[in-house]
Ligand binder design. Structure first.
Ligand code: SF4
Ligand code: SF4
Length: 349
């Protein structure tokens, strides 16, 4: 028996204790990026995590992190401790500040917020927001910069947010991805640019080869033209046991779903009772998790049972196949608790 096998014992799945978790305050976002794993957009209703749920969850996370995050480092990372995310957390700035305060009171390590910086319209108001968060206990900020959000966010706002955040947080102002930030500066971007225009601008340089892009979530559909495609059977033998049980960069959404890694739309259970999840998930009660922790072919068979038909154009990744089947299943039946939140599937576009 190898270490990989220890995550399933006697028909129960045992996720590892998290070393890093993102709290999605909401799925609502002011923009709709083509690469968004969580399919966030303005279409989502204005639903946010309640302060009471956040406190319940963060209190338990604090106890877990006291065991898993034993190093207190001077710099933040979104693979260590807590990141506050969404959707766009700055759309509900008051709640963001309050949750930051709660996390700090609970001594949670590496409290970071991830943002697209739509709010950095001018220096004074942008500084005030960042200072307010730092005073509430925020340890750092992660500024998302990529060829997809500059379709909507004027580049000058991103540059402003980077400049001011670095003044306030120093090395704890992270640009993700720094590579794109440099390319966008290099092409002297003013205002906004679509992804197609971006590709034309950079085509001579070949740097498009360095795009880091997860072929899952909305990207599997909106950007499928960028990838090779394969028939469903190409992915049949792959198992997701590791992704479902990993302890790094897990997520909890505003509906209190505990989400494995980047597997949006899959819930391992109610995060208000984290202990019950780590005590083992009965796979007989969760057929989709059982299938995915064995091999993708098992999920495909469940899909077929409900009438799922293969996508004639093929699939860009196992996650594309998985999501395509799950989207179909949610429309056909409500029997799979682990396919949550339902809104993820219903709002998917
Ligand atoms: S800014 Fe972030 S949350 Fe909003 S659509 Fe883009 S990737 Fe998704
Ligand atoms: S195939 Fe599904 S369960 Fe596996 S990693 Fe991708 S999204 Fe997650």
């Amino acid at each position: 028996m190898g270490i990989q096998d220890l995550v399933i014992i006697m028909g129960k799945l045992y996720p590892r204790l998290p070393v890093s978790t993102g709290l999605l305050l909401s799925y609502r976002c002011n923009i709709k990026c083509d690469h968004c794993i969580y399919a966030c957009s303005p279409k989502w209703k204005n639903s946010w995590i309640s302060e009471a749920d956040a406190k319940t969850i963060l209190t338990q996370l604090s106890t877990i992190f006291s065991k898993t995050c034993t190093l207190r480092m001077p710099y933040v990372s979104f693979n260590y401790g807590l990141h506050l995310t969404g959707g766009e957390p700055f759309l509900n700035f008051k709640l963001l500040v309050r949750i930051t305060e709660i996390a700090k009171e609970l001594d949670i390590p590496s409290i970071l917020v991830e943002t697209n910086c739509f709010w950095a319209r001018e220096d004074e108001s942008a500084s005030k927001k960042i200072i307010k968060l730092r005073e509430a206990g925020l340890d750092g900020i992660l500024i998302s910069i990529n060829p997809f959000n500059v379709k909507y966010i004027p580049f000058e706002r991103l540059e402003r947010a980077v400049r001011i955040s670095r003044e306030i947080f120093g090395i704890n102002a992270i640009v993700y991805q720094e590579f794109f930030f440099n390319v966008l500066k290099e092409i002297k971007l003013e205002n906004k640019i679509t992804y197609d225009e971006y590709l034309i601008k950079i085509q001579k340089s070949n740097i498009y080869r360095y795009i880091e892009l997860l072929p899952m979530g909305r990207a599997a559909y909106a950007l499928k033209h960028l990838y090779n495609k394969y028939p469903a059977s190409y992915f049949f033998s792959e198992s997701c046991k590791e992704e479902l049980t990993r302890g790094w960069h897990t997520h909890i959404d505003n509906y209190c779903n505990y989400i494995p890694g980047f597997c949006a739309g899959i819930s391992l259970g109610d995060a208000r009772s984290l202990q019950s999840i780590f005590e083992g998930i009965d796979l007989e009660q969760r057929p989709i998790l059982k299938a995915l922790s064995n091999k993708i072919e098992d999920l495909y068979e469940i899909g077929k049972y409900f009438g799922y038909k293969d996508n004639a154009q093929g699939y860009v990744s196992k996650c594309h196949l998985c999501l395509d089947i799950r989207r179909y299943l949610v429309k056909k039946t409500e029997e799979f608790y682990e396919l949550n939140p339902k809104e993820y599937y219903l709002n998917f576009s």
